[in-house]
Design a protein around this ligand. Structure first.
Ligand code: COA
Ligand code: AMP
Length: 631
């Protein structure tokens, strides 16, 4: 069946469609129905089933004869090591780690924070939690202690699993001081931390709280898979919203298993046994879904890559890995391809490798600009599929269902909505707009299995953030349009979220940090266009009366504050002192206008602007750091 028929079959009978898809999962108790309506626009999937995520990702493959197949390849150009772990090995490792958690009193429903670099133990940790029904929350290693502390307080973990260090090119990221700092800052204290000692930088353990990971695993009784209800949270993943407080996206177990399994063949066109590679990080949703869970649920081999697209050691690393590990489908962020293109515009590194095993390149996480897609298509000689999704959905909203039917690619469009997603383009009043017209992108409820049912401990925030703007719909926070053929185009965010190197960041969170500087009276952070990273944050700060220290000193402190409080991943490198911020008469800061000025884009003088002269001042300030140079 092709795409249109499949989509129609879902639309005609969603219940049968999703019960049918559920057949790919091994249930302890099968669901009696797919959708459970909870009222007030809340929905759950397969809620009356009993199932275990780890069993579906690991044990069942061993039982079905895949024990000797490689499950995980760790390829780390940073440490110069490569490791292969079979499904049988993975089962042993995960059962032991799960046993170590049980020995520390962790049981079903307890939260466990995972703060790890790109090592296979990060996947062991996620799967060990799933094995015993603990709810993991992975925190990206590029966040600072303060961000970790916020997450500790929100999900109140019983245990934290961390490594002694991460490795960035030319820099060891010591995790222990960050972990200690976070636990000091947090009101909630975990009972125990399991620390994976990496030989590149072992750390001292805190007595009475920290345990050596390996010692704990070596002495553990292996733990069995514990069945959980279909609506049991598999994990919480925090993502940026409009304010500094991150949103804890909840993922229920059963829907996540069914939906992710569906995507591996229908979108990524891989069969069990094929090698699938997502070059992302376990700290992001792409890492959850496509480094860890989906490829393992579908019986593929997944790659854990500890390196960068360039510099580890060169712009040929991606192609080396594809050849060496026989990768069939490859997924990364457009930024990564832009980095390779910048370093190797003629694609000369490709000549050193045979990438004939590769079927297609998949891009997501930020807008894929046409230049990047065209370059990759031409140099690789393979299809390049853009696809659009969010932490909230956990997998593709709109993409090219290549395993079902490869649709013609229209550059600039991530293609079409997947079954389960009734995507609507709405005007401010919530009316559907005509094809080709711009509007807010919303999805008619219910969202499909595997998407967020709520936010952790914040149901009202969930409703307010996603369900109130367009009653009966989920508000994606993206704006765009749909053409006559049903192809979707994603144009911009409608909120204060920006996307830097494929990383989702909140300008509001950065503003909160800048506002905390003793000399700053008010501030605005905007995301300006950046040739490599898509967007880059720029801070505009107004100083309090009477402050007469050198501006350079103050802006350097602002940059350091964001790095210390949010983390290096914010990539906040530029702050400017300005006399005033452009505002409407009602006091709303005109961030969009500032971005247009910085990017040399035409803009309409806002009718309600308080004082238009301020825009000239802002333009002059932006020019001092290389922006707004258009005329
Ligand atoms: N732990 C600690 N620090 C980290 C980190 C981690 N896991 N990941 C990134 N950082 C640091 C970087 O070292 C850098 O620090 P610096 O300011 O000291 O240089 C900072 O955070 C910003 O990182 P980034 O924006 O990623 O820039 P970069 O210059 O290190 O690399 C790219 C640029 C394009 C190579 C890189 O961003 C990349 O590979 N992007 C792909 C994005 C991706 O996979 N996104 C996931 C969604 S699919
Ligand atoms: P995240 O939750 O980190 O995956 O970020 C989700 C946001 O990234 C989306 O809401 C979009 O704004 C943006 N995004 C992700 N994929 C795409 C894409 N293919 N095209 C355009 N924007 C994208």
């Amino acid at each position: 069946m092709g795409y249109r028929d499949t989509y129609a079959s879902w639309q005609n009978d969603p219940e049968s469609y999703w019960m049918n898809a559920a057949g790919a999962i091994t249930w302890d108790v099968a669901p009696t129905k797919a959708l459970f309506e909870r009222g007030n626009d809340l929905y759950e999937w397969y809620a009356d089933a009993q199932v275990n995520g780890c069993y579906n990702a690991v044990d069942r493959h061993v039982e079905n004869g895949r024990g000797s197949q490689v499950a995980i390849i760790h390829d780390s150009p940073i440490t110069g090591t490569k490791t292969k772990i079979t499904y049988a090995d993975l089962q042993t490792r995960v059962a032991a780690l799960a046993g170590a958690l049980v020995a520390q009193g962790v049981t079903k429903g307890d939260r466990v924070i995972i703060y790890m670099p790109m090592v296979p133990e990060a996947l062991d940790a996620m799967l060990a939690c799933a094995r015993i029904g603990a709810v993991h929350s992975v925190v990206f290693g590029g966040f600072a202690a303060n961000e970790l502390a916020v997450r500790i307080d929100d999900c109140t973990p019983k245990a934290i699993l961390a490594a002694s260090c991460g490795l960035e090119p030319g820099r060891v990221v010591e995790y222990k001081p960050l972990l200690d700092g976070a636990i000091d800052l947090a009101r909630h204290k975990p009972d125990v931390c399991l620390i994976l000692q990496r030989e590149q930088h072992p750390c001292d353990l805190t007595e009475g709280r920290d345990i050596n990971w390996q010692t704990a695993v070596d002495s553990a009784e292996p733990a069995d898979c514990v069945p959980v209800a279909g609506n049991h949270p598999a994990y919480i993943l925090y993502t940026s919203g409009t304010t500094g407080a991150p949103k804890g996206v909840v993922r229920h177990t059963a829907g996540h298993l069914v939906a992710l399994h569906w995507t591996m063949k229908n979108i990524y066109d891989v069969d069990p046994g094929d090698v699938f590679w997502a070059a992302s990080d376990v700290g992001w949703v792409v890492g959850h879904s496509y480094i860890c869970y989906a490829p393992l649920i579908a019986g593929n081999t997944t790659i854990v890559f500890e390196g960068k697209p360039i510099g580890t050691p060169d712009a040929g690393t991606f192609w080396r890995i594809i050849e060496e590990h026989n990768v069939r489908s490859f997924f990364t962020a457009p930024t990564a391809i832009r980095a390779v293109k910048r370093e190797d515009p003629k694609g000369e590194f490709l000549a050193h490798y045979d990438i004939s095993c590769l079927r297609a390149l998949y891009l997501a996480g930020e807008r894929a600009d046409p230049d990047t897609i065209e370059w990759a298509q031409e140099k690789l000689g393979k299809p390049v599929y853009d696809h659009w999704w969010q932490t909230e959905t956990g997998y593709t909203i709109a993409g090219n269902p290549a395993g079902l039917e490869a649709l013609p690619v229209k550059i600039g469009s991530p293609t079409v909505p997947m079954p389960g997603y009734d995507v609507q383009i709405l005007d401010d009043a919530g009316h559907a707009v005509a094809p080709g017209e711009l509007g807010a992108i919303a999805i008619k409820l219910p969202l499909p299995p595997g998407t967020l049912p709520t936010l952790w401990n914040a149901e009202e925030r969930y409703k307010k953030s996603y369900l109130t703007a367009f009653p009966g719909h989920y508000e994606t926070g993206d704006a765009g349009m749909m053409d006559e053929d049903g192809y979707l185009y994603i144009m911009a965010r409608t909120d204060d979220v920006i996307n830097v190197a494929g990383h989702r960041l909140s300008t509001g969170a950065m503003e909160e940090v800048l506002a905390g500087h003793p000399d700053v009276a008010e501030c605005a952070v905007v995301g300006v266009s950046d040739a490599l990273k898509g967007q880059a944050p720029v801070g505009l700060v107004c100083l309090s009366n009477g402050v007469n220290r050198p501006h350079d000193e103050i802006t350097a402190e602002c940059v350091q504050r964001v790095r210390d409080q949010i983390g290096p991943v914010a990539a906040f490198k530029q702050a400017l002192v300005v006399d005033r911020l452009p505002k409407t008469r009602s006091g709303k800061i005109l961030r969009g206008t500032v971005v247009s000025i910085a990017d040399n884009k035409p803009y309409k003088m806002p009718a309600t602007i308080d004082d238009p002269v301020i825009l000239d001042e802002i333009k002059a300030a932006l020019q001092t750091i290389g922006y707004a140079k258009g005329d």
